[in-house]
Design a protein around this ligand. Structure first.
Ligand code: CA
Length: 516
């Protein structure tokens, strides 16, 4: 009888706790410590059956990205989206812009952008645009005028100095130049002849690129990702940094809490020069030889935790507002599921390592489902930007030039992973919900803790005078340690389970715990 009563009591308690956790809870984040999601627009979701992803396709997929409920299990829960360039451009990737004030018609209209911004803001999701300002398309009217001015030796033409011009005997080394109209004269073209580089010594050019950002801020855009930031003055860090100092200060006058992130694809030391002006992607974390992947492949966890502690404290010395921007891959990199195995758990611990870390991490679309894609023998970036694997009849196609074979996509579609409570997608969604429930994870100060193990280690994270602990097991084996350092296990997530009882912390393979 007593046993029966206890069971009834237990069931009642469980139903109370379940109903509490099912209560719809909105994200109240009001700062920039957010999880972002990079959308390669042409490959994400197609709303009008022409095979090209578009802005309306993103609007249609917002419930997948963030349905407004922190604890939703069917929504990823990201708090910001980075749209790769959406302006009129001749290429599929659109990093060479013809007109910064026109949305590429294959992606939609200004009205679509307005609606996307409004729908995102309803869900507390920020929208940042990718500004490729260093170079334009050769089809940009500015470049056409530049060519005409040089053909006519028209020094008074406003556009004569719009691009970096060089006569025959005056070529700075370490930069690439392309011939202008088959003459000895040339223009700077580090990426390709199709992408002439603007001349930022010209104040008119500076005003042009400032006006572009102002225009989109007035439309409600929350910030920008700056493409090729170190190319503004290639091989002249001081001049490039000075440009960004001027540019970002002007933007902060308009919107103090603007979200800015720069692509300075270089060493930590070069990145640090830019970090006082804007946050920058932490490239050392990314790719197959980066900190996340090496740790996910069971390198001594203390190397990872030492790096995070050192990097965060280095940023704090530069600026109190500086934060790490971690990521595994982006549209210029082979996809991580090619070197981080999903079925063995490596991809799970990789996700935990960067989503349970400070700052504002970025997820490349499809990373959350273990999508694959690499340059391969065809050596094409298109393979890194394949159509999102919805599995529900979305008509979005792979970009032109891609050669990756569909049969290699072994980790399942969105539709399949939504039906599997242990899928990689579910793990990403859980990590993001944990990040929202414990503000310290994004905002706290990380100090490495040494558990005397090569594959079990983590951090004490201090925020607002409280401390919580994050511990990762980055191996394929369960690890148990005796410790009385903690009072309670708050959460665990990953590939297996974890417990903390009788001063014994037991963490399953590729699993992480949060303790207090
Ligand atoms: Ca379309």
């Amino acid at each position: 009888m007593i046993k029966k009563l206890l069971i009834i009591l237990f069931v009642l308690l469980m139903s109370v706790s379940c109903s509490l956790s099912n209560k719809k809870q909105a994200d109240t984040t009001d700062d920039n410590y957010r999880v972002f999601y990079e959308i390669f627009v042409g490959s994400f979701s197609d709303s009008n059956n022409d095979g090209v992803g578009d802005l309306r396709g993103i609007i249609d997929r917002l419930d997948y990205l963030n349905d407004g409920n922190i604890n939703s299990k069917d929504s990823l829960g990201i708090q910001g989206i980075w749209l790769t360039p959406i302006f009129l451009s001749p290429s599929y990737h659109k990093y060479d812009v013809i007109d910064y004030y026109r949305i590429d018609p294959s992606f939609g209209t200004q009205d679509d952008l307005d609606e996307l911004i409004a729908e995102c803001h309803k869900r507390n999701v920020l929208v940042i645009l990718d500004l490729a300002l260093n170079h334009t398309s050769v089809q940009n009217e500015w470049f056409r005028q530049f060519q005409i001015a040089h053909q006519n030796n028209d020094y008074n033409n406003k556009y004569y100095d719009y691009y970096v011009y060089s006569p025959e005997n005056d070529r700075p080394s370490g930069m690439t130049f392309c011939s202008l109209d088959n003459t000895y004269e040339a223009y700077e073209c580090n990426f390709s002849g199709e992408m002439p580089e603007l001349n930022f010594d010209n104040q008119d050019v500076r005003n042009e690129v400032l006006n572009i950002a102002k225009y989109y801020l007035n439309k409600g855009i929350d910030g920008f990702r700056f493409d090729a930031a170190r190319y503004i003055y290639l091989n002249n860090t001081d001049s490039s940094v000075n440009f960004w100092k001027w540019y970002t200060e002007e933007l902060k006058k308009i919107k103090e809490d603007i979200y800015l992130v720069g692509e300075v694809w270089s060493s930590d030391s070069e990145i640090s020069y830019y970090q006082a002006e804007m946050n920058c992607f932490n490239f050392a974390m990314s790719q197959t030889d980066g900190m996340i992947a090496r740790s996910a492949k069971s390198e001594d966890i203390n190397r990872f935790t030492s790096y995070i502690e050192t990097y965060q404290s280095a940023l704090k010395r530069i600026s109190e507002k500086a934060m790490p921007i971690s990521f595994i891959s982006n549209h210029d990199m082979d996809r991580s599921a090619g070197y981080l195995n999903v079925s063995t758990g490596q991809a799970y611990i990789a996700a935990s390592l960067y989503l349970l870390s400070p700052g504002s991490p970025f997820i490349y679309y499809g990373e959350e489902i273990g999508m694959k894609g690499s340059r391969g023998g065809a050596n094409t970036d298109a393979n890194r930007r394949l159509a999102m694997l919805w599995g529900d009849g979305d008509t979005v196609n792979d970009p032109e030039g891609s050669t990756y074979e569909y049969k290699n996509q072994i980790n399942g579609t969105v539709k399949e992973q939504l039906q599997d409570k242990n899928s990689l997608f579910r793990h990403y969604a859980k990590l993001i919900s944990i990040r929202k429930n414990y503000p310290a994870i994004a905002r706290g100060t990380y100090t490495r803790i040494d558990l005397g193990q090569n594959n079990l280690g983590g951090f004490a994270v201090t925020y607002n005078d409280e401390t919580l602990y994050i511990v990762h097991n980055n191996s394929a084996e369960e690890i148990t340690v005796s410790t009385d350092a903690y009072s309670k296990l708050l959460e665990y997530c990953g590939f297996a389970e974890a417990s903390y009882k009788n001063n014994e912390l037991k963490v399953g393979p590729y699993t992480s715990v949060i303790l207090k």
